[in-house]
Design a protein. Structure first.
Ligand code: SF4
Length: 634
């Protein structure tokens, strides 16, 4: 069998039929071959020669995770609605498939037409989190494409990237031709239109890049130079020509685009099999550690009837038995009670399961609890106090008193829930060991209340994550905790919860350290990413695959100090690697908010009164065309 495969791999590969025949030979040798064949319900296959633009949407993690990514499916749906565009998909092959592809010299291909990725006009790479960066490089390599933008010309696909992590695009900027910063639904169409006009005119790659740089929200890194001071900090970011935008303002939609209803239904088991509808985008609570809360402003709500219709249509078109509502803070949705009533009707009609994540402790009312109880009976209840003391909760701007928190907990148990999951964060520079010990005490207090009210079957689960100072947040200037200190804090929690029957799970501190490098890196960090990938780094988001040795060695080989990126506190006047990207919230606002955090001063939800964070001034014109009531800035 091996000899036959070898022989076939030597056949010149010029058509997609040949490529697919060769793939079929290796599929029986890998686990879950269904990941690599496509053919899902609702997939769109267009005759290759019938369209002008071929775009491959790429999620750099395995199919099981990427297949249900709502952002990618939305873009797939939007693009395929255009007759002149074929949008296809590709995901990271798992390790066995990667080896098989490499051994047989088969390039990575799309699931629809089974075409090599190099045959496409555009590759749109989704980068929702930083630990996908090495997988992204691996995909370019498996597609037989040069990794660096500078080494690709007009004959290669245009590589564009978007997603939450590209609010700091610099660490991967040498590998990407253009970034879409912010919301991609409208910007991607502009990118394709620009590409079509360029192709018709028959221009050079430089001309294409220059045209793309004119699209609002699009950042073409090769047109901007980054200079450094002797101490390693940034001296300046300079555009190549004066007509280039600086800063690049993120792209947003005045109104949320119609929700997706044609979900791709996989033939193999994947992580999420459900109809998901985003009920609201953005958050005004202002938690100071929360990247998503800061960069996704302003709040835009989807109308209630649109949500319910989309859920029903989605169920009809997929046969799924579960629906999920997405938002950063579902209980803040202004029509949450009518929404839950609508969901209850749906539940009675269709017997589906409902997940409603991200509920805020402060926005609970008895009414909401009553409604929720009938919707998700028997399930667990999740609350995220984040810190064990009122002092720390004021610092991170998630102010809730211990008393109010315990009142909510009691109410949860009284309404019949027996399992509570609590989320906490450790590692903030202002945190003391007493604050950490208080987390364990709070968990035990919750368990005690649960046993008093709900009896012996009460379960409490504490999920502990490590604080990572993220760009575009008020904590962007502070340092990441040392590994020794994080370990000491985890030990305190283990001791504090020993024998208490509270289940505790926690993130690997080294994985958080990697994220702290990648999320706040500058352009030079790209060399470290490249070296780490060459050293073997892949699937860094997977705890069983992540290997810190690859990264440590990469820093040494490149000659950069990892602590410069992680543990160092930044000066308030320092030019940060993402300052030329404007997420809508002004740096001066973040600075004031950071200074307030040092005084333990809180900033209430801005829907009650605007603080002038910058969103309204940055998007004043869009606000004027936003539909009534959808945009929640007062
Ligand atoms: S502009 Fe005002 S209301 Fe809108 S998000 Fe910023 S602070 Fe809140």
């Amino acid at each position: 069998m091996a000899a036959a495969i070898k022989e076939l791999s030597n056949v010149p590969n010029s058509s997609q039929e040949t490529l697919w025949r060769r793939v079929e030979r290796i599929l029986p040798t890998v686990t879950k071959p269904g990941r690599y064949v496509g053919g899902e319900l609702n997939q769109v296959i267009k005759a290759w020669d019938s369209v002008r633009t071929h775009i491959a949407l790429v999620f750099p993690d395995i199919y099981d995770l990427g297949q249900s990514n709502l952002g990618l499916m939305l873009l797939y749906d939007i693009l395929n609605q255009r007759e002149d565009i074929a949008a296809e998909r590709a995901y990271s092959p798992w390790l066995d498939m990667e080896s098989a592809l490499r051994e047989n010299d088969i390039p990575l291909y799309s699931l629809e037409n089974k075409r090599a990725l190099a045959d496409f006009d555009i590759l749109g790479i989704s980068l929702p989190y930083e630990t996908l960066y090495t997988n992204f490089l691996n995909i370019l390599d498996l597609a037989h494409l040069p990794l660096r933008s500078a080494n690709r010309d007009e004959s290669h696909p245009l590589i564009i990237a978007g997603g939450q992590s590209v609010y700091n695009p610099e660490p991967v900027s040498p590998f990407v031709d253009a970034f879409v910063v912010g919301e991609g639904e409208e910007a991607i169409v502009d990118v394709v239109n620009t590409h079509q006009a360029w192709k018709t005119a028959g221009g050079s790659k430089q001309e294409l890049l220059a045209a793309l740089a004119k699209i609002p929200g699009v950042y073409v890194p090769s047109l901007y130079q980054m200079d450094f001071n002797a101490d390693g900090t940034i001296a300046a970011v300079t555009p190549e020509s004066p007509d280039l935008a600086l800063p690049i303002v993120k792209r947003i939609n005045a109104k949320l685009p119609p929700p997706l209803t044609r979900f791709l239904v996989p033939n193999v088991e994947v992580v999420q099999e459900r109809v998901s509808v985003e009920i609201m985008r953005g958050c005004t609570r202002g938690c100071r550690f929360c990247h998503a809360g800061m960069v996704n402003r302003p709040i835009r709500e989807r109308p209630l009837d649109e949500i319910l219709t989309a859920l029903k249509t989605g169920l009809d078109q997929t046969g799924y038995e579960e629906v999920s509502l997405l938002s950063l803070s579902s209980s803040d949705y202004s029509q949450i009670i009518p929404l839950i009533n609508g969901l209850r009707e749906l539940l009675q009609e269709r017997q589906v399961n409902i997940t409603l994540p991200s509920l805020r402790i402060e926005s609970f009312t008895e009414d909401l609890m009553d409604e929720l109880q009938s919707l998700t009976p028997g399930g667990g209840f999740t609350l995220a106090p984040e810190a064990g003391t009122e002092r720390m909760r004021a610092i991170i701007n998630k102010p809730i008193s211990d008393e109010a928190f315990m009142d909510t907990v009691r109410s949860v148990f009284k309404h019949g829930w027996k399992t509570i999951k609590l989320y906490f964060m450790i590692g903030h520079p202002q945190e003391t060991l007493e604050d950490v010990a208080a987390i364990a005490e709070l968990c035990k207090a919750v368990l005690y209340e649960g046993r008093q009210i709900a009896g012996g079957r009460t379960r409490v689960h504490a999920g502990i994550s490590t604080f990572i100072p993220k760009p575009h947040t008020p904590f962007q200037w502070v340092g990441f905790d040392s590994l020794e200190s994080i370990q000491q804090k985890l030990d305190i929690l283990h001791q504090g919860l020993h024998g208490a029957k509270v289940k505790m799970t926690w993130n690997d501190p080294e994985a958080s350290l990697l994220e702290s490098w990648l999320s706040r890196g500058d352009r030079r960090l790209s060399e470290v990413i490249l070296k780490a990938w060459q050293n073997g780094a892949r699937f860094d988001a997977w705890s069983d695959q992540f290997n810190m040795a690859h990264w440590r060695a990469a820093f040494t080989e490149v000659g950069l100090d990892p602590d410069f990126y992680s543990h160092r506190a930044r000066g308030l006047d320092e030019i940060l690697p993402w300052d030329h990207i404007n997420a809508g919230v002004k740096k001066s606002f973040l600075k004031t908010d950071y200074q307030w955090s040092l005084q333990g001063k809180t900033r209430p939800d801005c829907r009650g009164g605007c603080y002038g964070c910058g969103i309204l001034s940055a998007f004043n014109e869009l606000r004027l065309v936003a539909p009534d009531g959808g945009w929640k800035c007062p």
